[in-house]
Design a protein around this ligand. Structure first.
Ligand code: OOG
Ligand code: MG
Length: 263
């Protein structure tokens, strides 16, 4: 016996797939995978990144909007881990060859100002937020055509690949009625509103604190929480410039270099 568990083996395959920009088969097609097991695989896969020197810098929420649930064919909110290597500086141009089939989506980001105890009440959770920012999330499923079950995508760290933060700003009085635009090369690709995020992005923040707390990973000072996409995601293609604009919060943008064609 090698002593390697099936969860560790799957975590290694997912981690390698992300590093190499290669797809792997959906785990659920090979063996039964519960959502709880999938979160354990996610933790193991991200631990490999941490072993290479990346730092945990926050969490991302997934499927907090009906648009995303419908686009991806799932019906439950999930979460994933953000690491330091995933942060793409605002305005940067990224190389497309690094990804498999990246997509981009507009999000609201929260900055956590203090460590949160497990089981903190919603008021404590919301008052720990010191700033908010418009954000872009780059997602890149390690499965062909972004096809997965809920457990598959949880194991794959909720398709996390990168994120871009616009300027942090003080917490506004409310966040639930802000218009959201996703622009590609200056043209509108998707439009929506922050209300699409569980009715109010604050609900997503509270859910993030509760879900991660229950998993023994409560939110910490300095962490970022991505509340989940306000619209469907769009493909991120070589040569493009993408911008998320959130009413009264500002914008976050990222470019993609022309890149080299895939072999
Ligand atoms: C999973 C990630 C979902 C969101 O904002 O809803 C997500 C996926 O769509 O592949 O990040
Ligand atoms: Mg997202």
């Amino acid at each position: 016996m090698s002593g390697v568990t099936p969860g560790e083996r799957l975590a290694a395959r997912l981690d390698e797939a992300a590093r190499r920009g290669e797809v792997i088969p959906q785990p659920s097609q090979e063996a039964a995978l519960s959502v709880a097991d999938a979160y354990a695989v996610q933790e193991l896969a991200v631990a490999r990144r941490l072993d290479r020197g990346e730092r945990l810098v926050g969490v991302k929420m997934g499927f907090t909007s009906r648009q995303k649930m419908a686009q991806m064919g799932v019906d439950e909110v999930i979460w994933g881990r953000l690491t330091s290597a995933m942060l793409v500086p605002e305005g940067e141009r990224i190389a497309p060859d690094h990804y498999i089939h990246p997509r981009v989506e507009p999000e609201v980001a929260f900055l956590i100002g203090q460590d949160l105890p497990v089981g903190a009440p919603p008021e404590t959770i919301t008052s720990a937020v010191t700033a908010v920012a418009p954000a872009l999330e780059i997602i890149d499923s390690r499965y062909a055509d972004f096809r997965f079950t809920l457990a598959d995508v949880v194991a794959d760290n909720a398709s996390a690949a990168g994120f871009v933060l616009g300027a942090w700003r003080p917490v506004p009085p409310s966040l639930d009625r802000l218009g959201v635009l996703l622009e590609v090369d200056g043209r509108m690709a998707e439009a929506g509103a922050t209300a699409a995020i569980l009715g109010d992005p604050w609900r997503s923040l509270v859910a993030a604190a509760q879900l991660t707390g229950r998993a023994g990973m409560p939110l910490r000072a300095g962490w970022v929480v991505l509340a989940g996409a306000a619209t469907a995601a769009v493909p991120l293609c070589p040569g493009e410039q993408v911008r998320a604009v959130i009413e009264s919060l500002g914008s976050a943008s990222v470019g993609v270099t022309a890149g080299s064609p895939r072999p």
